[in-house]
Design a protein around this ligand. Structure first.
Ligand SMILES: NC(=O)c1ccc[n+]([C@@H]2O[C@H](COP(=O)([O-])OP(=O)(O)OC[C@H]3O[C@@H](n4cnc5c(N)ncnc54)[C@H](OP(=O)(O)O)[C@@H]3O)[C@@H](O)[C@H]2O)c1
Length: 369
C-alpha cells in the first residue's frame, strides 16, 4: 500500500461563529486511527444544516430565530451550542456526510474493510449499549468529520457500499436520508397514508419524498414554486406552495381530502399552526428540524381532541442506516447533487447551500492526497 502522508488539507472550526470561524489548513496532521477505528481517505463530503447549526451555535436555547446564520451573534459564552446540549471541543473538523476508502485499520478493526469504499453511519454509539440514545455523538460534532482529506471512524460505523454511484452522489445520503427514514419509521408512515412534507426540496425533504413513496404513501410536498416540477419528477403526487393562504382548501382541491395522515416537518416557523390544523383524527407528526424558526404556537385542544401523536426524531437506531444502504444498493432511491466545490471553497459551498436556490444537496471534494 502507498505510504500515508503525515499532513493533509482540512477545513478546521476553531470556535463557534460565522464563516470566519473555520479556516483552511494544508498542513493539518493526518489522524491516527484508534484501536476500534479505521482511517478513511475522503472522496466526497456533503454539506448539511447540522454542520452549519453547530458552527453558528443555533442549537443553543438562547437562539429563537430561523437558521439564517444570525445565531452566531448571540451564542458566544453559552454552554449549550451543540445538538446534544453539551459544548463541543475545538479545534473540530466538521462534515457529517463523508464517503471514501479505508486506507488503514486500528488493531480491532476487521481486515476485510481495508481498501473498501465506505459510507458512515453518523451516529457514534456506545457499542456496549448501542440503543442508548444518551450515549451518542455525531460525526463532525463530537468527533472529527469529513471536511478533510482523511478522517477516522469506528469500524462499527463504517459500512462497505456496493453501488455504481460516485462518491459525490453517495455523499448526499447519510445525514439527510437517515433523518428522513427515522421520521417515517417513528410516524409509522405506510401504504396509502397521505404524507405532508415541509421543506420538500431540501436534503431531508427530498429524501422524505423518495422514502415515503418507497413505503407506498401518497406524497404531498410543500415547496417554493420554482422547485415543484423537480419534486414531481422525484415522485411527489401533489406539490403545493410552501405557505398557501388556506392549506386545507389547497389540499381539498389537489387531493380530494382536506386532511393528511402524517406530517413530516423540518421547517416549523410562523406557518406551523396551519400544518397542524390539517392533521386528520389520529394523525402522526414527526419533526426533525425547524429551519424557519423553532418557536411555534400549538393549540392543545387540536392535539388532544383530535387524538394526534407527536414525535421528535433525531437519534435513530442502527438499523435505519443499514436499511438505507440496502435501498441505495438496490437502486430504490436516487441522489440529488445540486453542485460540487473543492474543499478549499467550503465557505462558498455553504453560502450556496444557505441561499436555498438548489434542490437536494451540495457536495465538497477534498483534493487528492
Ligand atoms: N434531526 C436531525 O437529525 C437533522 C438532520 C438533518 C437536518 N435536520 C434539520 O432539518 C432542517 C432541514 O434540513 P435540510 O438539510 O433538509 O435543509 P435544506 O436542504 O436547507 O432545505 C430546507 C428547505 O426548507 C424550505 N424552507 C421553508 N421555509 C424556509 C425558511 N424560512 N428558510 C429556509 N428554508 C425554508 C426551503 O425550500 P423551499 O424554498 O422549496 O421552500 C429549503 O430548501 C434543518 O433545520 C436541519 O437542521 C435535522
Amino acid at each position: 500500500m502507498t505510504e500515508l502522508p503525515q499532513t493533509m488539507a482540512a477545513f478546521v472550526l476553531h470556535q463557534h461563529g460565522g464563516m470566519e470561524a473555520q479556516q483552511f489548513h494544508t498542513d493539518w496532521p493526518v489522524p491516527q486511527p484508534g484501536p476500534d477505528d479505521v482511517l478513511i481517505r475522503v472522496g466526497a463530503c456533503g454539506c448539511n444544516n447540522t454542520d452549519i447549526n453547530t458552527r453558528t451555535g443555533w442549537y443553543s436555547k438562547s437562539v429563537t430565530t430561523a437558521t439564517d446564520g444570525a445565531a452566531a451573534q448571540t451564542v458566544q459564552g453559552q454552554d449549550d451550542p451543540a445538538w446534544g446540549g453539551s459544548p463541543i471541543r475545538f479545534p473540530r473538523i466538521q462534515g457529517a456526510d463523508a464517503v471514501g476508502r479505508v486506507v488503514a485499520l486500528g488493531a480491532n478493526a476487521p481486515s476485510d474493510l481495508l481498501g473498501k469504499r465506505v459510507m458512515l453511519d453518523c451516529w457514534q454509539r456506545d457499542w456496549s449499549d448501542p440503543l442508548n440514545r444518551d450515549k451518542t455523538g455525531y460525526f463532525g460534532s463530537e468527533r472529527d468529520g469529513g471536511f478533510a482529506q482523511y478522517t477516522t471512524a469506528d469500524y462499527r460505523n463504517t459500512h462497505a457500499i456496493d453501488s455504481p454511484m460516485t462518491d459525490t452522489e453517495l455523499a448526499t445520503f447519510s445525514c439527510s436520508y437517515s433523518t428522513a427514514e427515522g421520521m417515517l419509521a417513528r410516524a409509522e408512515a405506510g401504504q396509502g397514508d397521505h404524507v405532508l412534507i415541509t421543506g420538500a426540496s431540501g436534503g431531508v425533504g427530498s429524501a422524505l419524498v423518495q422514502l415515503a413513496k418507497r413505503r407506498g404513501a401518497f406524497v404531498i410536498a410543500l415547496s417554493s414554486p420554482a422547485k415543484q416540477d423537480a419534486l414531481k419528477a422525484l415522485g411527489a403526487d401533489v406539490t403545493l406552495d410552501r405557505a398557501p393562504p388556506d392549506l386545507a382548501a389547497a389540499l381539498q382541491a389537489a387531493t380530494g381530502r382536506a386532511t393528511v395522515d402524517v406530517v413530516c416537518d423540518v421547517v416549523g416557523g410562523d406557518d406551523w399552526p396551519q400544518i397542524i390544523e390539517v392533521m386528520a383524527r389520529g394523525a402522526r407528526f414527526a419533526c426533525s428540524g425547524a429551519i424557519a424558526g423553532p418557536m411555534v404556537t400549538l393549540d392543545l385542544r387540536t392535539l388532544y381532541l383530535r387524538d394526534l401523536t407527536f414525535h421528535g426524531s433525531t437519534v435513530v437506531p442502527p438499523h435505519i442506516f443499514t436499511d438505507l444502504l440496502g435501498y441505495i444498493e438496490r437502486g430504490e432511491i436516487k441522489p440529488l447533487v445540486a453542485g460540487t466545490y473543492p474543499l478549499s471553497e467550503l465557505p462558498a459551498a455553504q453560502t450556496a447551500f444557505m441561499d436555498k436556490a438548489h434542490i437536494g444537496n451540495i457536495v465538497v471534494l477534498p483534493e487528492a492526497g
